[in-house]
Design a protein around this ligand. Structure first.
Ligand code: AP5
Ligand code: MG
Length: 185
């Protein structure tokens, strides 16, 4: 199964990814987690990414696409995978399509987490990650609205987008996602 988790910052992608990983034993690729690991290891890439992430902007497509390509070409992802926080721009989505067409592994389903921005602000202000200040959260939401939200229509047009209400009990949301994934499995 090849899954994309799509949604605003704080919509619950990472939280539900963990549930999906436990349930389906599917490898999880979070570009945010990969970038934070580079920052923590103080690599060249991490140093380039840090200021952008702290400001709530998007790291350049070539950095992110390079990280994704490296993994998707690895055999351990041949049976399926779940992408979280990627793609995030139309050009990333198009590059992903090209990569997966070449590998003969099209995306099966895109789960879109629908959560209102008021709830997101509350959740993220309560969390305290480095990019969870009020100003950075606002910027991340603006960037999401301008660059990532158009992917909802992009995947709707392809016919593989399913919307999940992302507010409510974490386990109830997970059960809803499992139902959807069981249909496409
Ligand atoms: P990334 O790490 O992807 O962050 P994000 O998209 O801003 O989203 P979050 O991880 O904050 O939220 P989430 O949807 O995973 O929600 P979570 O489950 O954590 O990206 C960080 C940065 O890296 C970007 O800003 C960018 O700079 C860069 N980057 C990453 N990918 C990139 C790409 N492809 N291209 C370019 N740049 C890229 O939940 C949030 C909180 O809510 C948690 O505290 C959680 O406990 C809580 N919560 C979750 N579910 C519920 C619920 N149902 N009820 C109540 N609380 C809940
Ligand atoms: Mg996340």
């Amino acid at each position: 199964m090849r899954i994309i988790l799509l949604g605003a910052p704080g919509s619950g992608k990472g939280t539900q990814a963990e549930k999906i990983v436990n349930h389906y034993k599917i490898p999880h690729i979070s570009t945010g987690d990969l970038l934070r690991a580079e920052v923590a290891a103080d690599t060249d890439l991490g140093r380039k990414a840090k200021a952008i992430m702290d400001g709530g902007g998007l790291v350049s497509d070539d950095i992110v696409l390079g990280m994704i390509a490296k993994r998707l070409e690895d055999d351990s992802y041949a049976e399926g995978f779940m992408l979280d926080g990627f793609p995030r721009t139309l050009s990333q989505a198009q590059s992903l399509d090209a990569m997966l067409t070449q590998l003969g592994q099209p995306v099966d389903i895109v789960i879109f987490f629908d959560v209102d921005y008021g709830e997101i602000m509350q959740r993220l202000l309560a969390r305290k990650r480095a990019d969870d200040t009020e100003e950075t959260i606002r910027k991340r939401l603006e960037v999401y609205e301008a660059q990532t939200a158009p992917l909802i229509d992009y995947y709707k047009a392809k016919g593989n987008l399913r919307t999940v209400q992302g507010a409510g009990e974490v386990d109830a949301i997970a059960q809803h996602i499992f139902q959807i994934l069981d249909e496409v499995r």
